[in-house]
Design a protein around this ligand. Structure first.
Ligand SMILES: [Zn+2]
Length: 465
């Protein structure tokens, strides 16, 4: 295939943008990138896809996703809960804990469909519970064509602690079963879908309810098996209080003390990490997943992204869960990242559109451990790219294609998605998933879940007549 007449944001070392550019794809690889006129001549035998008016850029990587929460879009509004524990244990856990395997798959399918339709070609799932049916979700991911690192839950919360907190039984597993289940899932699924699927440890947060020796064991197994680890870390001020009780200066140093930091680890949030923490994260090659939309919605402090990047930390982008952030549309959150960072810096010279696009592509690829394969549009790399059709009133005129992508484009403007050389979406039609069936399925399920969970206060504050 040869994709022609597009503006190509290559994201190569020189960050070249090719006007009237073309991308030649052979199998799962990019064979050539250059000017349309030059490449058409040598590849006249290829099927041509004319992308006049489109911007082509590397596929986006969403490094912090709760697929099970996609079906809980909107449940944090209605009667809003100010207290985090009340929100988690009184609303979110009872809903998720009441899922059947079919519910888990329906929610994950909705999430993957939404991500593909908004230009995400790879993602990190942070907390996949046993009861959602790991095999069904892994199979759905493989069939959808997306790249996924599925973090399966590892946890160690005692039955006493569980009951004291009112932790929903559906969200609880023993330490042994959670670790053994993750290892078994790794044996079955890691590398499936021509290497598109990875199985990681999705550790529950380091907080007073958990036993910190879990992390020593998980990090040892992960190193032996070269598995990724993801965990929510340094999310809000009580996390540092907890770390100090454990004898550490900070939550990040606590994580380091238990072996969690390293190039195969993605830490979600790190909003309260300081300069010393940033130096440690950079030295260990640890990725931070920055989730500005979710942090703002949940009233967490704004993460010091500029400081992290200046210290050399690999900061990637994430959307987090639908109960707080509503959408898994990473394009929208790129703009939020810039807005919040500029507000924090008190200057328009805060985070730029070029930097945030690097975070969502190159840095995301590094988070997945495949930056030698994807993250830019260059000959020899895997063909993972998306196109944005700029033939729309909110996208014209295009002065600077990077600014158009980051500040003006929305997920709904993504026209074509190519992953591993395969066209997964074209003309906004997803070719690998049955969109109508997925939406119908979700519509029929959510009320039953809420009823089973006995959760109230989700409804509109205003009367619906
Ligand atoms: Zn999260």
């Amino acid at each position: 295939m040869i994709f022609t007449h597009a503006t190509v944001l290559t994201m190569n070392d020189r960050r070249e943008i090719i006007d009237d550019g073309a991308v030649v794809v052979s199998g799962d690889r990019i064979e050539a990138v250059g000017k349309t006129a030059d490449l058409l001549a040598g590849h006249s035998d290829h099927d041509e896809i004319d992308l006049r008016g489109h911007i082509v850029l590397p596929g986006l990587v969403n490094t912090h996703v709760h697929t099970a929460q996609c079906m809980l879009r909107g449940v944090s509004e209605g009667k809003r809960l100010g207290d985090f524990s009340e929100w988690l244990f009184g609303r979110i856990f009872p809903l998720q804990g009441s899922y059947t395997e079919e519910d888990g798959l329906a929610s994950a399918s909705l999430c993957v469909l939404e991500m593909i339709k908004s230009g995400t070609t790879g993602f990190v799932e942070c907390l996949l519970a046993e009861q959602y049916g790991f095999d069904g979700i892994a199979e759905m991911c493989v069939e959808s064509g997306i790249r996924a690192a599925l973090g399966k839950i590892a946890m160690d919360v005692s039955p006493e602690k569980r009951d004291e907190l009112g932790w929903h039984m559906g969200m609880w597993q023993t330490r042994e079963s959670s670790i053994e289940g993750t290892i078994a899932a790794h044996d079955r699924w890691d590398g499936a879908g021509d290497g598109r699927l990875q199985v990681w440890f999705g550790c529950r947060s380091a907080e007073p309810a958990g036993n910190p020796t879990l992390y020593d064991e998980v990090s040892e197994v992960a190193r032996e098996r070269d598995m990724g680890i993801t965990i929510h870390l340094a999310e809000f001020p009580p996390d540092n209080d907890y770390a100090r009780e454990q004898g550490y200066r900070s939550h990040i140093e606590f994580a380091h003390g238990h072996g969690l930091l390293g190039p195969r680890t993605v830490l979600a949030h790190c909003t309260i990490a300081d300069d010393a923490d940033h130096r440690l994260l950079a030295a260990t090659g640890t990725t931070v997943s920055h989730n500005p939309g979710n942090n703002a919605a949940a009233a967490w402090p704004a993460a010091p992204v500029g400081d992290m990047l200046a210290a050399g930390v690999n900061v990637a982008m994430g959307c987090d869960g639908a109960p707080s952030n509503a959408n898994s549309d990473l394009l929208r959150d790129l703009r939020i990242a810039c807005h919040i960072a500029r507000g924090r810096a008190g200057s328009r010279l805060g985070l730029g559109s070029e930097t945030v696009l690097e975070m969502a592509t190159l840095n995301g690829a590094r988070a997945l451990g495949i930056d030698d394969q994807v993250g830019s549009i260059e000959a020899g790399k895997k063909a993972d790219f998306i196109t944005i059709d700029t033939d729309a009133p909110h996208l014209q005129p295009v002065w600077n294609p990077v600014a158009t992508v980051v500040f003006a484009a929305q997920g709904g403007d993504v026209d074509t998605v190519v992953i591993d050389g395969r066209i997964v979406m074209q003309g906004r039609k997803v070719l690998t998933m049955d969109e109508a069936a997925i939406l119908d399925d979700v519509r029929g399920r959510f009320h039953a879940v809420a009823e089973r969970a006995g959760v109230e206060g989700i409804e509109s504050e205003w009367p619906i007549t």
